[in-house]
Design a protein around this ligand. Structure first.
Ligand SMILES: Nc1ncnc2c1ncn2[C@@H]1O[C@H](COP(=O)(O)OP(=O)(O)OP(=O)(O)O)[C@@H](O)[C@H]1O
Ligand SMILES: [Mg+2]
Length: 249
């Protein structure tokens, strides 16, 4: 009994050591606010993201989910904004470990949102040119971001390799995250999103008010449901709420 608890403590310490060893991503609050990343601090603007984060975490715990993809029907709905706010908001929940992967190899934007250009791209990790531990950056003690620095000509060729599943399994095993978030291209314009969905537990669909039609959102829900669970639909850019940055879930 004692031996097993000692082993568990040693394992937990090794996980913490791996997190601590990651280089820090230095981002200014001003930079984040200019990219509409509000959730680092408990402000009025962060409230909608906080609600989304809490609902998502409850749903994840209830269903034993860890890997969540963020997608949409059409471009520009707010997927990256949502993903960055979710990971920024987790910085205020130190007991939960979260990771954000920029898997939108067509229009990678997470690094632009944070205003940094890492030396290595997630594509390099997936092509086994760089180790994950040399590429991912720690945003807070409990969150990390794995960014994509350039668009990739044939994303499906990189993302849908059989090694991708092994990479995710290894990262999940070594870092023991509660949440792995994947910022993906829109389902309706990207085959790699469809192919990747079998590796995630659930999907959050971001709908842009005024830019995604109900028929398109239905189509995405049906499509996603063929491969995995639909965690929910986020209505973004909704002008009918009290402010202009409204998110509902
Ligand atoms: N609630 C909002 N209110 C106002 N502007 C918003 C809101 N959400 C996102 N935006 C803005 O809309 C633009 C598109 O957002 P974002 O890049 O997050 O969308 P996306 O779905 O990731 O786009 P893409 O399909 O290109 O990856 C950005 O300029 C972002 O700042
Ligand atoms: Mg995006």
């Amino acid at each position: 009994m004692r031996g097993s608890s000692t082993r568990q403590a040693a394992k937990a310490a090794a996980v913490t050591e791996r997190w601590d060893a990651l280089p820090k991503l230095e981002v200014s609050t001003k930079r984040m606010l200019s990219a509409r990343i509000y959730a680092s601090e408990a402000t009025v603007e962060a409230q909608h993201f906080d609600i989304l984060r809490t609902k998502l975490l409850l749903e994840m715990r209830r269903n034993d989910w860890c890997r969540i993809a963020i997608t949409s029907a059409t471009p520009g709905c707010g997927k990256t904004t949502t993903a960055c706010n979710l990971i920024a908001g987790l910085g205020r929940q130190p007991e939960i470990r979260g990771m954000l992967f920029d898997l939108d190899f067509r229009r990678p934007a997470v690094s632009k949102f944070f205003g940094v250009t890492p030396t290595a791209s997630l594509e390099d990790v997936m092509n086994e040119k760089v180790a994950f531990e040399d590429q991912a950056l720690r945003l807070h003690d409990n969150t990390l971001v794995s960014m994509t620095t350039r668009s990739v000509a044939d994303p499906a060729r990189v993302i849908l390799k059989s090694q991708t599943a092994d990479l995710l399994d290894r990262v999940q095993h070594d870092y023991q995250p509660d949440l792995m978030l994947f910022d993906m291209p829109p389902v309706l314009v990207s085959d790699e999103t469809r192919g990747f969905l079998k590796l995630v537990d659930a999907v959050v669909i971001v709908a842009g008010a005024g830019s995604s039609s109900v028929a398109q959102i239905d189509e995405v829900e049906r499509e996603v449901a063929q491969y995995t669970n639909v965690a929910g639909v986020v209505l973004n850019k909704c002008r009918f709420m009290e402010d202009n940055y409204g998110y509902s879930y």
